[in-house]
Design a protein around this ligand. Structure first.
Ligand code: ADP
Ligand code: MG
Length: 598
C-alpha cells in the first residue's frame, strides 16, 4: 500500500472523533471521556518521564489539586471576600487551579528535582501520598465524603452538562495539549528538553540551563494534570479523594510508558489501551473465575509486564509500523536569514589561559600546576600518553569540572569555578572524547542544539508555533555547519546510525553552531579514515585562518605535527615540554615519555 501522508491519517482520526458522539452508545462515549481525561494527565508524564527522564508517581495528586480547587471555589458559600470573584464561574476555577498547581509545582520541583537517581521517584511518592491524605483530612474539602453539587461548565448560556457536550470539551483540551506539546518538542526549548535524558553534560556545555528545563517540564506536566482534574470535577459534578491516590499515579505512569514513553500520541494510546483493558477484565474475569477475588488486578499487572517485555518502547512504535504513515522530514529553509555572528578577537590575542591549574581526585593528582594559553588564530595541541591528564585539563578549562587550585582566564576574565553554561555563553565550545549526542534524534537537530544560545524564543511561543522564523534560522545554521564539515548529505539521518568518525565530525559542527571564538576538540581524529583526517585538517586550517583559537587533544602524531602551531606535552599530570612541533619532537623528555624511551 502506498503510504498515506500523516495529515490524511490525522484528518480521518479527527473526523471519526467529531462524529463519535452520534455513532457510539452512551457507555462507550463515557469510556471515551475517561480516556481523554487520563490521556491528558498521561501526556504530562510523556513529557516529564518519557522525554525528560524524570519519573514521577505524583501525577494523580496534581489531578486532585485541579479538581479540588475548582470544586471548592464553585461550591463554597464561605469564600473570603478577596476570593469571591473566583467562585462565579468554573472557568475561573480552572484559572485558580492552574495558578495554585503551578505554584505548588514550583515549590515541590525546587525541593525534589535536585534529587537524583531513585530519590526523585521516592520524593514524588512522598508528596503524592501527602496531598492525597490532605484531600481526605481537610474539613473544608469535605473529608472522605468529598464535595458535591459542582456546577457544569458553561460557554455563554450553553451548559455542558451531559456526556456528549463534555466529550467535545475534554477532547478539545486533549488535542490542544497534544498539539502544543508536539510543537514544544519540535523547537529550540524542546531540543534542550530532549537532551535531559542522557545528554545533560553536553547540553550544559552548549549553554542549556538544564535545571530550568527540568523545572519547565515538571510544571507543564503538573498543569496538564490540573486541567484533567478540572474537567473531571465538572464532568462528575462530585469528587472525593479516592481517584487521586498513589495507585492512580502509578496508573498514569503505566499509561505513559505502555503507550510509548516519549511519544505524544503514546499518551492517548496508553490511556486507551489501559482503560479499555481494565474495563474488559473487570467485566470478563468474574464470569470466568467467579467474583470471589480481584483477579483482574493480577491479570492486569501480568499483562503490563508482558507488554513491557515485548516492547520496551511501548506500543506506539508497534502501531506506527501498521499505520502506513510517511515519515515527516523537517525541511531546511535555505533562504532563512543568517544568525548574527560575533567578530573574532584580534589575531594573536590570548583567548584562553590556564595558570597553575591543579586537579586532585583523592590522592591522585591528575593535573599538577598546569599552565598553557591559546591565542586567536592558532592551533595548540595538548598531547601525552594515555592517562596523562589531558581530558581532565579540558574539563577544568571548559567548566565541566573545577580545579582544586589555580586559575583559568577567558579573554582576560577569571572563569575558574564557573559552570560550563556560563563559559559557553562567553564563546567557548567543545567536543567530547566519548561522543555525546542524542542517538535517536536527527543529525540536523543534534547540531541545532549547538545554536541554543543564539535563539531566545521560549516555551510558550514554541507551543503555539510563534517561533517558526527563529527556528528556521537555527536549522539553516545547523545545516550550514553540517555542510561545512562535510555531513551535508546526512541532515535527516538518525545521529546514532552514523559511523563513529562521522559522529565526531557531527560534534564539531555542533560546536561551530555556537559561533565560538575558542574551540576545544578532544581527540577529533580518533576513528577517522585517512581521507577523512585530511578533510578535518583542512577544516581546522580554515577555522584558524578565520581567527578561531583551537585547542586540541590528539593521539595521532602525524595528524598533529603537520597541522598545529604549538604543542604542549603532558605526562603524569604535568607539563613536560612546550614549543613548536619540530622542537617538541626532538625533546628527549618527550621521546622518553611518549615512545617509552628510544
Ligand atoms: P587522558 O585524557 O590524558 O588520557 P585523563 O585526564 O582522562 O587522561 O585521566 C588522568 C588521570 O585522572 C587518570 O589516571 C584517570 O584515571 C584519573 N581521573 C580522571 N577523571 C577522574 C575522576 N572523575 N575521578 C577519579 N580519577 C579520575
Ligand atoms: Mg582523554
Amino acid at each position: 500500500m502506498k503510504p498515506l501522508s500523516a495529515r490524511w491519517v490525522l484528518g480521518i482520526f479527527l473526523l471519526l472523533m467529531l462524529l463519535s458522539p452520534w455513532l457510539l452508545p452512551p457507555f462507550y462515549l463515557t469510556l471515551l471521556n475517561y480516556i481523554g481525561l487520563y490521556a491528558l494527565a498521561a501526556l504530562g508524564l510523556v513529557l516529564l518521564t518519557g522525554v525528560g527522564g524524570l519519573t514521577s508517581f505524583g501525577q494523580a495528586a496534581f489531578v486532585g489539586l485541579g479538581a479540588y480547587t475548582t470544586a471548592v471555589l464553585c461550591t463554597s458559600s464561605t469564600l473570603p471576600g478577596w476570593l469571591a470573584w473566583a467562585g462565579q464561574s468554573p472557568w475561573l476555577g480552572l484559572v485558580g487551579g492552574l495558578l495554585l498547581t503551578a505554584t505548588l509545582a514550583l515549590v515541590l520541583g525546587s525541593l525534589s528535582l535536585k534529587l537524583s537517581g531513585y530519590f526523585l521517584p521516592l520524593g514524588t511518592i512522598a508528596w503524592g501520598i501527602s496531598l492525597y491524605f490532605l484531600f481526605g483530612t481537610l474539613e473544608f474539602l469535605g473529608g472522605h465524603s468529598g464535595v458535591s453539587g459542582i456546577p457544569p461548565v458553561a460557554i455563554g448560556s450553553w451548559l455542558l452538562d451531559d456526556a456528549h457536550e463534555m466529550f467535545y470539551l475534554i477532547w478539545a483540551f486533549l488535542l490542544c495539549a497534544m498539539f502544543t506539546t508536539q510543537n514544544l518538542l519540535d523547537s529550540r526549548e524542546g531540543r534542550a528538553i530532549r537532551a535531559l535524558k542522557g545528554g545533560m553534560v553536553m547540553a550544559e556545555a552548549m549553554g542549556v540551563n538544564t535545571s530550568r528545563s527540568r523545572m519547565v517540564i515538571f510544571v507543564i506536566a503538573a498543569l496538564h494534570a490540573a486541567a484533567a482534574g478540572w474537567l473531571y470535577a465538572h464532568m462528575q459534578r462530585f469528587i472525593n479523594p479516592s481517584p487521586f491516590s498513589l495507585s492512580s499515579g502509578i496508573e498514569f505512569l503505566f499509561m505513559a510508558v505502555i503507550g510509548g514513553a516519549g511519544q505524544v500520541w503514546g499518551a492517548l494510546l496508553g490511556a486507551g489501551v489501559l482503560t479499555v483493558l481494565k474495563q474488559w477484565l473487570q467485566n470478563l474475569l468474574p464470569l470466568v473465575l467467579g467474583d470471589s477475588g480481584h483477579f483482574e488486578v493480577i491479570v492486569f499487572g501480568l499483562l503490563m509486564v508482558f507488554i513491557l517485555q515485548r516492547s520496551s518502547q511501548g506500543l506506539w512504535p508497534l502501531l506506527a509500523r501498521w499505520v502506513p504513515v510517511r515519515r515527516v522530514v523537517r525541511t531546511v529553509d535555505e533562504h532563512a536569514p543568517a544568525l548574527a555572528h560575533k567578530p573574532p578577537p584580534p589575531a594573536g590575542q590570548v583567548v584562553l589561559e590556564a595558570r597553575n591549574v591543579t586537579r586532585q581526585f583523592g590522592g591522585l593528582v591528575a593535573n599538577n600546576k598546569m599552565s598553557l594559553h591559546v591565542k586567536a588564530g592558532e592551533i595548540l595541541a595538548l598531547i601525552g600518553p594515555n592517562g596523562a591528564g589531558k581530558s581532565t585539563m579540558f574539563n577544568q578549562l571548559s567548566g565541566v569540572d573545577t580545579p582544586t587550585s589555580g586559575e583559568v582566564l577567558f579573554r582576560g576574565q577569571p572563569v575558574t569555578g564557573q559552570d560550563s553554561r556560563h563559559i559557553a555563553r562567553m564563546g567557548m565550545s567543545r567536543t567530547f572524547q566519548h561522543v555525546k549526542l542524542l542517538p535517536s534524534m536527527s543529525v540536523l537537530e543534534n547540531v541545532a542544539i549547538g545554536a541554543h544560545l543564539r535563539g531566545e524564543r521560549g516555551v510558550l511561543s514554541a507551543a503555539w508555533r510563534l517561533d517558526r522564523a527563529e527556528e528556521a534560522r537555527l536549522l539553516a545554521e545547523a545545516a550550514r555547519q553540517l555542510r561545512r564539515v562535510g555531513l551535508g548529505d546526512m541532515l535527516h539521518e538518525e545521529a546514532g546510525s552514523l559511523a563513529l568518525g562521522q559522529q565526531r565530525i557531527l560534534e564539531i559542527a555542533r560546536a561551530l553552531c555556537a559561533d565560538p571564538c575558542v574551540l576545544l576538540l578532544d581527540e577529533p581524529a580518533a576513528g577517522l579514515r585517512h581521507q577523512e583526517k585530511a578533510v578535518l585538517a583542512a577544516l581546522l586550517r580554515q577555522l584558524r585562518a578565520d581567527g578561531m583559537a583551537i585547542l586540541l587533544v590528539e593521539h595521532d602524531m602525524d595528524f598533529v605535527m603537520g597541522l598545529v602551531d604549538r604543542v604542549v606535552v603532558m605526562e603524569f599530570g604535568e607539563k613536560i615540554a612546550e614549543g613548536l612541533p619540530e622542537e617538541v619532537q626532538q625533546n628527549p623528555a618527550v621521546l622518553e615519555a611518549y615512545l617509552g624511551g628510544v
